[in-house]
Design a binder for this molecule. Structure first.
Ligand SMILES: Nc1ncnc2c1ncn2[C@@H]1O[C@H](COP(=O)(O)OP(=O)(O)OP(=O)(O)O)[C@@H](O)[C@H]1O
Ligand SMILES: [Mg+2]
Length: 365
């Protein structure tokens, strides 16, 4: 199918934000931001509370207008278009169902607002309820449903009119862990079945890693990093990204001019990449699962090692997390598959830590 192409617009992009920003009074909620969301992609906005996630969604939905910039939907400028004309569906954390209406009427609501015929409404509502596994619940009121079921109604009400973009703001925030994981699977399946562009908000990094094609990690009204889950986990650009996604050991030091980094306690370690200039200040990161613990007399195969004493060891089911107070003063965390208690590292034990410089990431300082 040929698409109308507007100059400067890439047709594979469903949404383009150009230099968009939002200031509330004196509060800069979103600094100037460029972001392109591709057609059919599952993009997650991830970030701490107050980082601007909901602000970004509200700007796209048209619930609020930007202070600067433009929003394009399939190449058309919608910056000043009223929300209801944008064809963007929204699912809220608190479900926002109408309590006095039945499930059927809640889901039918957007169709009635669009003055669709009764027969079409019946067909579409039935299909939407079928998709979220709620056939047979048509006559119930929201209070007669569990939290997960209420959220399924919220999703059915969103998909019933086939919006071009579906946005969800922390839709699973009110649910317990097991149900949340089940609903993550259902939302992913829905995305695959519908092929619609999804923009999803969460502050749960595991949820973001599990569900997304790309993650847009926000911090203080800015994009800290935009990339695939792999890119954010394995190639974090900054300290903020490394610490927000997964666990990390950060080590700072200064290059000695021979490819080694001088760190605390007059120790030196090998770092990846080219050899930065002598005296360069560096911040590097190693993930806990890349750090191995070996016996104090064991030969070390990797190019980096430090010795120390086990400060704490916590058994968390499948994995065990061990913090080592190294002799040079650094605390390093290692994570491994769990062994039985007899063979797990015990507090107070002397150990060697080792890791490969190839597993380290150099961060922007
Ligand atoms: N209507 C408003 N008036 C004034 N300030 C606002 C308004 N809405 C948001 N803000 C401020 O803008 C910033 C970003 O808020 P936003 O709601 O986008 O954060 P968020 O990332 O969605 O956070 P959370 O995870 O807590 O939902 C915050 O500092 C917030 O206090
Ligand atoms: Mg929010």
């Amino acid at each position: 199918m040929l698409e109308e192409t507007v100059v400067g617009h890439h047709p594979a992009h469903a949404i383009e934000l150009k230099s968009i920003s939002k200031v509330y009074g004196a509060v800069p909620a979103l600094l100037r931001t460029d972001l392109s969301v591709q057609k059919g992609e599952f993009l997650t906005l991830l970030g701490p509370s107050g980082s601007g996630k909901t602000t970004l969604l509200n700007l796209i939905a048209g619930a609020t207008g930007p202070t600067t910039g433009a929003i394009l939907l399939d190449g058309r400028d919608i910056t000043r278009m009223p929300p209801r004309d944008r064809g963007i569906g929204m699912v809220f954390q608190n479900y926002a169902l109408m309590p006095h209406m039945t499930v059927f009427e809640n889901v039918a609501y957007p169709l009635r607002a669009r003055r669709e015929a009764a027969k079409a409404i019946r067909v579409k509502v039935t299909e939407a309820l079928e998709r979220v596994g709620l056939r047979g619940f048509e006559d119930r009121k929201p209070r007669q449903l569990s939290g997960g079921q209420q959220q399924r109604v919220g999703i059915a009400r969103c998909i019933v009119y086939s919006p071009a973009i579906i946005m969800m703001d922390e839709p699973l925030g009110a649910l317990d862990k097991n149900l949340r994981e089940q609903m993550q699977g259902e939302i992913k399946r829905l995305h695959k079945d519908l092929g619609t562009t999804f923009i999803y908000v969460t502050h749960d990094q595991e949820e973001a890693l599990n569900m997304s094609d790309r993650i847009c990690l926000m911090s203080m009204g800015e994009i800290a990093q935009l990339g695939t889950p792999d890119e954010l986990y394995f190639q974090p650009r900054s300290r903020f990204v490394a610490e927000f996604i997964g666990e990390s050991n950060l080590i700072s030091g200064r290059m000695d001019g021979r490819g080694q980094m001088l760190i605390a306690g007059d120790r030196s370690i090998a770092v990846p990449g080219g050899i930065p200039a002598e005296g360069a200040e560096m911040l590097v990161m190693i993930r806990p699962e890349r750090v191995r613990i070996c016996g104090i007399d064991e030969a070390v195969a990797d190019d980096n090692s430090l010795s120390g004493e086990v400060a704490s060891s916590s058994f968390i089911g499948g994995t065990t997390r061990v913090t080592i107070r190294c002799d040079n003063g650094l605390n390093i965390t290692a994570k491994m598959m769990s062994d039985r208690s007899e063979t797990r590292p015990q507090s107070g034990a002397r150990v060697n830590l080792c890791w490969s410089s190839a597993d380290m990431v150099v961060l922007e300082n």
